[in-house]
Structure formats: structure tokens, C-alpha cells
Ligand binder design. Structure first.
Ligand code: HEC
Length: 176
């Protein structure tokens, strides 16, 4: 407890005590305040960049960068590798772009690439889609499409065998 001077009467002692308590209270509060500020500074020093990160606006992407990315995506859509158009899987032979434009609107190009038929067979499928599935008149493009399909998606049996390698054949005279 606080040691009070002897000559004070009770009222003065009470005032004295109160002053002391007030002073001590201010000191304690100040210390607590300093501790809090110190903790705050410490946390900021340690996690400042992270905390800033929460409030940082993302850097706006410059318009040139956006245009570059779109161009890249579009180039991807047109990319052909080993004679196959990657996006659709269509064989990139004459007329393939017409087929892509006309034949991938309603269903995947897989329906086309998984099928094999003669020119007549393809024509029948197109007629069937026109009569029952809402496929539009193809006009001049129909011949281009049929030529492409007949050439690249012909029935396996009907497709030509690979050319013979004339160098490799051992010729012999047939003896009768
Ligand atoms: C107007 C929409 C539409 C367009 C455009 C379209 N098709 Fe189809 N096609 C369909 C529908 C619908 C089916 C049936 C799909 C199914 O059975 O899941 C289908 C099915 C097919 C099939 C499978 C037929 C079968 O017997 O299994 C082939 C092959 C096909 N289409 C090829 C083509 C070709 C080639 C073109 C371009 C000339 C084309 N499609 C354009 C709607 C269309």
C-alpha cells in the first residue's frame, strides 16, 4: 500500500490516495497502450506486405495485352498440326473450313470425324439432317462438303491401300 505522511488528516489522506491511484492508473494505461502499439507495429512489420495485398487493386491489364491474348486464342482455334485441325479434329484438307463452318454449329465435329461413308452416304446423312434436324440448305457449299467428306471420311474398306513400294518388291519370273 501507499505510505502516507503522518500529519495528514483522513480527508487529505483520501485525496492523496486518489491522486496516487490516478497517477498509477495513467502509468499502467500508458504502458498497456505502448504494448498495443508495439504489437501493432510488430504485426505490421511482419505481415505488412500481406495485409497490403488484401487491399491492392489488381494491376489493370493494358489493352494491348488483352488484344494479344485474344489473337493468341484465335490462332489456337485455327491451329493445324500434322494435317489435323486441333480444335475440331477435322483433317485439314481442301474444304475443311467449309465443313467446320457448316457442320459444327449443332454438334461436335466428332460426329463427323467418327463417321465413314461414301459420297452418297454422306449426302443421305445431310438430307436426313435437313429433313428432320433443321439443317439448312447448303447451296454451293454442299458439293465442297461432300467432296471433302468423300475424300477424307470414306468407308475403310473402300479407301485405297497404300501405294506399293516398287523398290522393295522382289520380282520373279513365273515358271509354268
Ligand atoms: C441444324 C443443326 C445441324 C447441323 C448444322 C449439322 N447437323 Fe449433323 N446432326 C444434327 C443432329 C441433331 C444430329 C443427331 C445428333 C444425335 O443423334 O445426337 C446430327 C447427326 C449427325 C451425324 C451422325 C449421324 C448418324 O447416323 O449417327 C453426322 C455424321 C452428322 N450429323 C454430320 C453432319 C455434317 C457433315 C454436317 C455439315 C454438313 C452437319 N452434321 C451439320 C444436326 C445438325
Amino acid at each position: 500500500m501507499i505510505h502516507l505522511p503522518e500529519h495528514l488528516n483522513e480527508r487529505q489522506k483520501a485525496i492523496y490516495r486518489e491522486k496516487w491511484l490516478g497517477t498509477i492508473s495513467i502509468i499502467v494505461k500508458t504502458i498497456i497502450g505502448i504494448v498495443f502499439v508495439a504489437i501493432g507495429l510488430f504485426v505490421y512489420a511482419a505481415f505488412g506486405p500481406t495485409i497490403h495485398g488484401w487491399f491492392d487493386q489488381p494491376e489493370p491489364v493494358p489493352i494491348e495485352e488483352i488484344q494479344r491474348r485474344i489473337a493468341e486464342k484465335e490462332a489456337d482455334l485455327d491451329r493445324v498440326e500434322d494435317g489435323i485441325h486441333l480444335e475440331t479434329g477435322l483433317i485439314a484438307a481442301a474444304g475443311w473450313e467449309t465443313v467446320r463452318a457448316s457442320c459444327t454449329a449443332c454438334h461436335s465435329a466428332k460426329l463427323v470425324t467418327q463417321n465413314r461413308a461414301t459420297r452418297d452416304g454422306w449426302k443421305t446423312m445431310i438430307r436426313w439432317m435437313q429433313e428432320t434436324q433443321g439443317l439448312w440448305e447448303l447451296g454451293d457449299q454442299e458439293a465442297v462438303i461432300l467432296d471433302y467428306l468423300a475424300a477424307n471420311y470414306a468407308p475403310e474398306e473402300a479407301s485405297r491401300r497404300a501405294n506399293l513400294d516398287m523398290e522393295e518388291i522382289e520380282w520373279y519370273i513365273l515358271e509354268l
